[in-house]
Design a protein around this ligand. Sequence first.
Ligand SMILES: Cc1cc2nc3c(=O)[nH]c(=O)nc-3n(C[C@H](O)[C@H](O)[C@H](O)COP(=O)(O)O)c2cc1C
Ligand code: SF4
Ligand code: SF4
Length: 274
Amino acid sequence: MINKLVGLYFSPSGDTARLTKRVAEEIATRMDDACIENLSVSYIDLLRNPLMEDCTFDEETIVVIGIPAFTGRVPLPCVKMIQKMHGKNTMTVCLVDYGNSSYGDALYELYTFMEDQGFSVLSAGAFVSQHVIFKKIAACRPDVRDLQKVKEFCELTSRKLHRFCGTMIQELRAKPAPLDIKGSIPHKAPLRLPLHPTPNKHCTNCGACAQICPMGAINLRDVRKVDVRKCISCTACIRACPEGARDFHGPMCAASGLALEKLYSKRKDPEWFL
Ligand SMILES: Cc1cc2nc3c(=O)[nH]c(=O)nc-3n(C[C@H](O)[C@H](O)[C@H](O)COP(=O)(O)O)c2cc1C
Ligand code: SF4
Ligand code: SF4
């Protein structure tokens, strides 16, 4: 019998976490039929508690996994962690949060990686939030219309979940048909942005940025030193800084911002596949 829902998210600046929790809670409140009783909901923050060892999500669990699109791809740390996750035809919802430019191949990759690890992906959706680097893009997202769309997606997902979990006997549960998600698995490594946050004069050298960095790119002894070969520009260090001292700087950032704000000013609405 399905008895728990686990939400997993990698969310350097917090939007994907909010989306994942919203979806998980919306689904949990709709799971009240005889086969799904006393559903417990828990979360794994893959940035603060990265998976170091293999872990299995059994057939009694619903998984909701959320990642941000980074240059249209699944962020590198997530690829490595997904390889440690194992499903047993575990019913799964895949989410990508992106900044109104393009989610590219990220949703397709996430879906394929999860299926390859033994998860049965029931539904997948791409949702828009304010762009974490170029903040004028999608500045007020998610808005009321987005939140309504999240509810719609959760309603459709829950109906499908009811159909597939309508029996307590795992062997009798059908496997969802493949989803026709846009994208492919690129052979190239994801593009790296030439933007790397650095601290200003308000830095107290507390080390919080170095501790949170998922790539170990910040020098622990001198936080001004960033290994640009490792940094994926994820923004976790910016958000973790208690002094607000860390950010992207320089003419490259300003110039790209101006160009991209124009290019991606047209609203994109959430898209989903089920
Ligand atoms: C390194 C990096 C690459 C990004 N690439 C894209 C992209 O390709 N398309 C897009 O629409 N948004 C892109 N974004 C914006 C994020 O996907 C978006 O801001 C997302 O909400 C961030 O999630 P978080 O708040 O959970 O960190 C990128 C952000 C970063 C930091
Ligand atoms: S140094 Fe780069 S990879 Fe590390 S947290 Fe900051 S932006 Fe992310
Ligand atoms: S978190 Fe902020 S204040 Fe602390 S070391 Fe990093 S940049 Fe400096």
